[in-house]
Design a protein around this ligand. Structure first.
Ligand SMILES: [Zn+2]
Length: 305
């Protein structure tokens, strides 16, 4: 297996990392991976993940519900209910942040296409990118959307989108800097970039430690905090303009984390801890299990001040 060894911190360029913890791939293989922390800026990432061309088998699990449509079981039922609510909330955030009701939207990593389908219904002109071929086929069959493959990103014209969204995608991407450069190229002046990622400074991350389901090694390579993603974005001429908590993620993540640490009554405990995490993120949104970050291009962000 070819592993990706990160030698330089993507956020600050430092070469020294401390071992933070060893996490198990509870989802697919049971293999263990080290999470390290930059000694200078504190940015945290999974060291030694399989390279992109070899990571496919780590996504092979019947439980991979992001790319499937099963309604079986309590956790899945809850997931689907929450997803319906979250789709509506995402649409409201996109429309209020962009102040548009029918702009041009690019959704990167659209999975089975629920979000772009809804935005299309609302009147948006939608493009989507998805690397997983079965998910692309599903989006086409179910919604008539034809997501492009990842390699087709480079064919899209400059400044051609008012809004670009990445819902729980950035944490998976091997080519972090290249991705941010592409986002800058594709986003229109005054455009809005929406990035949702798990927050490893969250209450639930601190509570569950190595069992926190959103570490999700080796599929999650980067483990962002509000501070680290802001610094990374700034390197690519983006300015953080707003944040939203995603407190519902805490329920799902807590239930999975309880399952991973083999708790009895994992679902009940997970719901309970999800509720406590919700209270913490209500007090301080930067403690939320996942966060939605709104970025604007630096020049435009400062012009509108
Ligand atoms: Zn660093």
């Amino acid at each position: 297996m070819n592993k990706l060894l990160i030698k330089e911190c993507p956020v600050c360029g430092d070469l020294h990392f401390d071992h933070a913890m060893t996490c198990t791939d509870f989802y697919a293989t049971g293999e263990t991976f080290d999470i390290v922390r930059c000694a200078t800026c504190g940015f945290t990432f999974t060291q030694g993940v399989p390279v992109e061309s070899e990571i496919g088998r780590y996504y092979d699990s019947p439980d991979y519900i992001s790319h499937s449509d099963t309604h079986k079981g309590f956790v899945n039922t809850l997931y689907h209910r929450v997803r319906r609510y979250m789709l509506g909330r995402k649409a409201r955030i996109v429309e209020s942040e962009s102040t548009l009701q029918n702009g041009r939207l690019l959704d990167i990593g659209c999975g089975t296409g629920y979000f772009p389908a809804m935005m299309q219904q609302l009147g948006w002109s939608v493009s989507a990118i998805e690397k997983n071929a079965p998910a692309r086929a599903f989006a086409k069959e179910r919604f008539g959307i034809e997501p492009l493959s990842e390699t087709q990103l480079s064919t899209l014209p400059n400044q051609s989108f008012d809004v670009i969204t990445l819902w729980h995608v950035m944490e998976h991407l091997e080519h972090l800097h290249a991705t941010w450069d592409t986002l800058y190229r594709l986003l229109a002046p005054n455009g809005v970039l929406v990035v949702a990622v798990p927050n490893c400074a969250s209450y639930d991350a601190q509570r569950y430690g190595e069992f926190w389901a959103a570490y999700d090694v080796p599929r999650h390579l980067w483990h962002f905090t509000p501070n680290s993603i802001r610094l990374l974005a700034a390197e690519h001429q983006f300015e953080l303009s707003n944040t939203y908590p995603m407190p519902f993620d805490a329920f799902y993540i807590s239930m999975l984390s309880e399952k991973y640490r083999k708790s009895s009554m994992a679902s009940i405990r997970g719901l309970w801890n999800g509720a406590i995490a919700g209270i913490h993120s209500w007090r301080n949104k930067e403690k939320s299990s996942s966060m939605i970050y709104i970025f604007k291009k630096k020049d435009e962000a400062s012009e509108t001040k």
